[in-house]
Design a binder for this molecule. Structure first.
Ligand code: ATP
Length: 133
């Protein structure tokens, strides 16, 4: 099967860089599966799991939002944060989830409510991806 270069980059590090057969991601417009020779595309990514399928393996990463650029021979994901299942500190994500849930329960200014919602989404996404170890 043909392949494309897939890179996942955060402000801190290059998380992933390999030839792959398919990328499945959730953009703000909906879920999308990218195969080699896809038409050029730029999309915002949701806080979500990104799946990359290679010849004989597959990886999943928790992405904390970001941007995806697709070219016929490459997919580049620039994420605010990205972790593989084995990198996720489950206790930390659980604490972040509880903190955010408490903030959402307490009466909040609109801006803090939105921030807590995003923090909750990041924590739930990490717990979901950590379950895919
Ligand atoms: P917390 O409140 O626990 O810091 P957060 O969602 O606010 O969570 P981010 O701002 O998204 O954290 O990430 C900051 C850095 O910490 C990033 O490098 C991210 O990869 C890392 N990180 C955050 N939570 C976890 C976790 N549960 N396990 C591993 N790395 C994490």
């Amino acid at each position: 099967m043909s392949t494309m270069q897939v890179d996942i980059v955060t402000p801190d590090r290059k998380v992933f860089s390999e030839q792959a057969e398919m990328v499945v991601a959730r953009t703000t417009e909906g879920a999308i599966g990218i195969l080699p020779n896809h038409t050029p595309l730029a999309a915002m990514l949701k806080i979500s799991a990104v799946r990359v399928k290679m010849d004989d393996s597959e990886v999943t990463a928790a992405i904390s939002g970001g941007f995806m650029e697709v070219k016929p021979d490459s997919v580049t994901i620039l994420a605010e944060a990205a972790e593989f299942p084995e990198e996720i500190d489950v206790e930390r994500a659980q604490s972040a989830k509880e903190r955010a849930e408490k903030r959402l329960r307490d009466k909040q200014e609109e801006i803090d409510f939105r921030r807590a919602e995003l923090a909750l989404n990041r924590a739930l996404n990490r717990l979901n991806v950590a379950g895919k170890k």
